[in-house]
Design a protein around this ligand. Sequence first.
Ligand code: URA
Ligand code: SF4
Length: 222
Amino acid sequence: RPDAQQWVPAGVGLDELRQAAPSCRGCELWEPATQVVFSVGEPTARIAFVGEQPGDQEDRQGKPFVGPAGQLLDRALAEAGIDREDAYVTNSVKHFRFTQSAPGKRRIHQTPDRVHIEACRPWLAAELAVIDPEVVVCLGATAAKALLGPSFRVTKSRGQLFPRLVADETDSGAVQNGFLMATIHPSAVLRAGTGSSDPEQAREEAYAGLVADLRVAAGALA
Ligand code: URA
Ligand code: SF4
């Protein structure tokens, strides 16, 4: 299966990765999207947040987590004591996947399939290798599948720290370098009230759960 690998320059820094991303044709998602949405954050960031894919606002603005989910994430980060300057924010899939009944109609978010996650993973691997953060936080199931494996269940294992394994430069083995964690996606917090008898209460509980998990991640920073 084709993937992004041939468009990902090897041995380069973050700026070069960002410059190369618009040319990617690793899967079909580039075509209907407005633009690639890469990441925000400095190469020195100590904590990385990995979402699912850009949403409607992100696709228009070219930046991750600038829409409603991003606003909720910003609030939760502040509450968990995580400095935005310390944070690198990216997505598992770099183009917006959506359906649209006709041109000009509302674009409806479609969850990326496993093929899109796999196709786009070379970008995620390359950027995380450059940033080399102490802690990587997967926001939701898509990021958790990309980084913790297809059988990972966020509902079961959220808020737990797992060793982040990276290739050892001196032999062919792997060494632990910091931690990986998964938590609920900010969009799931926004949806949490739907269908409940007390939507406000359900949303507040979901939000508190996100903040609690983010505090665990913050506590894992050296
Ligand atoms: N949801 C995501 O997963 N990523 C974004 O950038 C915006 C919303
Ligand atoms: Fe490339 Fe990822 Fe966009 Fe697919 S979604 S075209 S793999 S950048």
